[in-house]
Ligand binder design. Structure first.
Ligand code: ADP
Ligand code: MG
Length: 227
């Protein structure tokens, strides 16, 4: 289970400090999915980066299964990223010089959790079995994003974070990618937090939260403080 408590984050800019997150709290249980919406510039990616151990908050607390990780040093954060968190971005971020099979196993290798049966299973579920020897540039956008999803899920992370994962895909392709992601996170029991612009996609997750002016709005019919 993920818990975020009273998170604050500002950035230094030429016009002085820019407060982006002003006291964010939420929790997300294993096996549940949560959509994070909000206007461009509202701080969605910033929040995802903090939860994903890519950056650290000014204050507040983040725990995963009871382990507090916002206070870890760089090496500790890298370990959590490797072992517990799967990340999917809008830009697919595949490694161009590696084949689909090598991209799929990349994170699992880093985490020391390579499992050939699970990887074959993943490739099959993602419809990638015919493309294992291809390189990313030889795939469509939807296929590339499915490789990125497989790479993130291969180490069986406890938490999957996706930042506008369908933002570069047409609607039908994006829907198909989200279907597969939801199936896979359910199957693995991971907690799933997804940033999206789309109300339609947000409605497909178990719950949703909306970020505005650095805080989570409380005027939604379904509110995400506890999921
Ligand atoms: P969103 O993902 O909701 O579009 P972001 O989290 O990317 O928003 O950005 C929130 C605000 O923080 C924006 O005003 C952005 O310009 C600013 N910001 C993000 N990262 C940095 C940074 N590293 N340095 C300075 N400002 C930043
Ligand atoms: Mg963003």
């Amino acid at each position: 289970m993920l818990t975020v408590t009273n998170l604050h984050k500002s950035f230094d800019t030429t016009e002085g400090p820019l407060p982006v997150l002003r006291g964010i709290s939420l929790s997300l249980e294993a096996g549940k999915s949560l959509a994070l919406t909000g206007e461009s510039g509202s701080g969605k990616s910033t929040l995802l980066h903090l939860i994903g151990c890519l950056d650290h908050p000014d204050s507040g607390e983040i725990t995963l299964d009871g382990e507090r990780f916002d206070t870890l040093d760089d090496a500790g954060r890298a370990r959590i990223r490797r072992e517990a968190i799967g990340l999917v971005f809008q830009q697919f971020n595949l490694i161009p010089s590696l084949t689909v099979a090598q991209n799929l196993s990349f994170q699992a290798r880093l985490a020391g959790r390579l499992d050939q049966d699970w990887q074959s299973d993943l490739a099959e579920k993602l419809g990638l079995t015919p493309f294992l020897d291809r390189y990313p540039e030889q795939l469509s956008g939807g296929q590339q994003q499915r490789v990125a999803v497989g790479r993130a899920l291969a180490p069986r992370p406890r938490l999957v974070l996706a930042d506008e994962p369908t933002g570069n895909l047409d609607e039908a392709t994006g829907d198909a990618v989200l279907d597969i992601m939801l199936d896979l996170v359910t199957e693995t029991g991971a907690a799933f937090l997804m940033v999206t612009h789309s109300e339609r996609l947000a409605a497909r997750l178990d719950n949703r939260i909306h970020l505005a002016k650095g805080t989570l709005a409380d005027d939604l019919p379904v509110q995400g403080i506890a999921v």
